[in-house]
Design a protein around this ligand. Structure first.
Ligand code: HEM
Length: 132
């Protein structure tokens, strides 16, 4: 992916604390989506239980951040845009997803420099997911 974080020095995966750090970020992201009224618009696009969503985002982000390719090993190429086509995603949904992820990064105390870089990369992907 062209907006994949560059692979020089420690990877973002390593800087986040490896699998446990990525999992903690994903768990906080979906906890916030469940809890915060401001994210209700994207919460209702998801299944009633978020267990599968947590696993898939965790597996995907491990590889996307420069760690092991758990997602690809299980499901092949992510085809992320195609996989999001069943869900109506516009600017409001993109912005809720970003706000939820930015809050999760802040609450997980992700290093500020890394958070800025990841915010840019996440935004590129979230914007590409728009389909309405
Ligand atoms: C732009 C706003 C976004 C919305 C509203 C959204 C919503 C969703 C929904 C409703 C699902 C299905 C969940 C499930 O099957 O349990 C999903 C799956 C997924 N999303 Fe997103 N998403 C967004 C952006 C992103 C971004 C930016 C990424 C990656 C950086 C991402 C990664 C994934 C992955 C890996 C899956 C699992 C795909 C699969 O194997 O079925 N999403 N998303």
């Amino acid at each position: 992916m062209s907006d994949e974080p560059a692979a020089t020095g420690p990877t973002p995966f390593e800087r986040l604390g490896g699998e446990a750090g990525v999992r903690a970020l994903v768990d906080r992201f979906y906890d916030l989506m469940d809890l915060e009224p401001g994210f209700a618009g994207i919460r209702r696009l998801h299944p009633s239980t978020l267990d599968g969503s947590r696993d898939k985002l965790h597996w995907f982000l491990c590889g996307w951040l420069g760690g092991p390719n758990h997602y690809m090993e299980r499901f092949g190429h992510p085809r992320l845009r195609a996989r999001h086509l069943p869900y109506a995603i516009g600017i409001a949904e993109r912005d809720q997803w970003m706000a939820c992820m930015m809050q999760a990064m802040q609450e997980q105390s992700v290093d500020e420099g890394l958070a800025v870089r990841l915010t840019e990369s996440f935004f590129g992907t979230a914007d590409w997911m728009r389909n309405k």
